[in-house]
Design a protein around this ligand. Sequence first.
Ligand code: AMP
Ligand code: ZN
Length: 152
Amino acid sequence: MFLDPNCIFCKIVAGEAEASVVYQDKYVTVFMDIRPVVQGHTLVVPNIHSPDLSSLDQAHAQHMFTTALNIAQAIRASELKCEGINLFMADGGAAGQTVFHNHLHIIPRYIGDGFGLRFPVGYGEQPARAELDRTAANIAALMTTHQLNDRD
Ligand code: AMP
Ligand code: ZN
């Protein structure tokens, strides 16, 4: 298992930094976000240092998402105020990533929580189908099969 000694999430995974841990297994560690957007804001991190989506292997990615489903269910069953949930992952600084060890946010939501996404000017205008088709084709042409790569 590769951990980076300079990474705060690696330190948490290794039990070397303080964290309020919810769950840990072979692949992931789940702990409370230190600056919660909403009470109950939880992070799922792989137990391996991979900074961004392009370096995240499929086994860890799958298990992160499966674990998030379990955590989301537990949050909904809890006393926490939760009328909805956002799963959020930032890949790169431009996307809002500040800690460069992959992590999946689980954010409980309720009406009036004050949190939200801000949309750009012009949002809501529907592009022509031809443009959507062109974009779809561009992405499809560059897709590669994500190989199973279990590196633990
Ligand atoms: P992001 O902006 O998606 O990279 O999110 C990083 C998240 O990590 C933020 O919500 C921080 O509050 C959270 N965070 C940073 N350091 C810690 C820490 N030591 N323990 C728990 N959460 C942390
Ligand atoms: Zn790390």
